[in-house]
Design a protein around this ligand. Structure first.
Ligand code: PRP
Length: 210
């Protein structure tokens, strides 16, 4: 059995659709239940739903052989996993944003609110700017509005949240999308099956993109 950790929610539904399209589905997953684990013995595959930000933990620790996680999570937590495919879904950008017209006063330490302290620190280290990280867990956009921070480092998808709160993106740090990841030990010992799934997914993504 290949154990697959899927991110719960809208992205997870799209990810599961891909598995179904490549003939690795599990019909019982479509039943409207609160079950968390779904097995298809015929395909030798088992899916389970986890919080999107936890997928990489399951895969890193080997509780799942493979999984799908956002590049944001992979950059932030640097799990020790292999990245096998870019699924080309869940696309967004990691950006620096703030109040419209904000000017950075470089004589002061820049206060940066974010859910991604590692990504933010690495970025500002690279550009040589001294910062003070304010780690938040959600509604990051509130921070510059209420004067808690000067800027935010956050995910921008449609840009609507920024726009509707009189904020704007200043800089794109990195583009983000969903990635197929594999546990390193599983990749070694279940190589044939995992490679087959990754190849089928990569082919499916390529034909869809054409
Ligand atoms: C994310 C992100 C932004 C929003 C961006 O928040 O942190 O707030 O989506 O999307 P948009 O550009 O399409 O408006 P999420 O929904 O994950 O909620 P959060 O406030 O808990 O971070």
């Amino acid at each position: 059995m290949i154990q697959v950790a899927l991110p719960k929610g809208r992205l997870g539904e799209k990810v599961y659709d891909i598995f179904e399209q490549i003939g690795m589905g599990c019909p019982s997953i479509r039943e409207n239940t609160r079950k968390l684990i779904f097995e298809n013995e015929e395909n030798g595959i088992c899916f389970f739903w986890v919080k999107p930000s936890d997928v990489a933990i399951y895969v890193d620790r080997g509780a799942a052989d493979i999984g799908v996680a956002g590049k944001d999570i992979l950059l932030e937590y640097e799990p020790d996993v292999y990245e096998l495919a870019d699924l080309n879904i869940g696309k967004c950008r990691m950006c620096v944003a703030g109040k419209k017209g904000f000017r950075d006063d470089t004589s002061r330490t820049l206060r940066v609110a974010t859910k991604f302290p590692h990504i933010a620190s690495s970025y500002y280290e690279k550009v040589g700017r001294e910062i003070d990280i304010i780690k938040l867990n959600g509604s990051i956009e509130l921070a510059p509005i209420l004067g808690l921070s000067d800027v935010i480092v956050d995910i921008v998808e449609t840009g609507k949240t920024l726009l509707e709160n009189n904020l704007e993106p200043f800089e794109e740090i990195v583009p983000i999308s969903a990635r197929l990841i594999a546990n390193k030990v599983s990749y070694k010992f279940q190589n044939q099956k995992i490679t087959e799934i990754a190849d089928k997914i990569n082919r499916y993504i390529q034909t869809k993109g054409e």
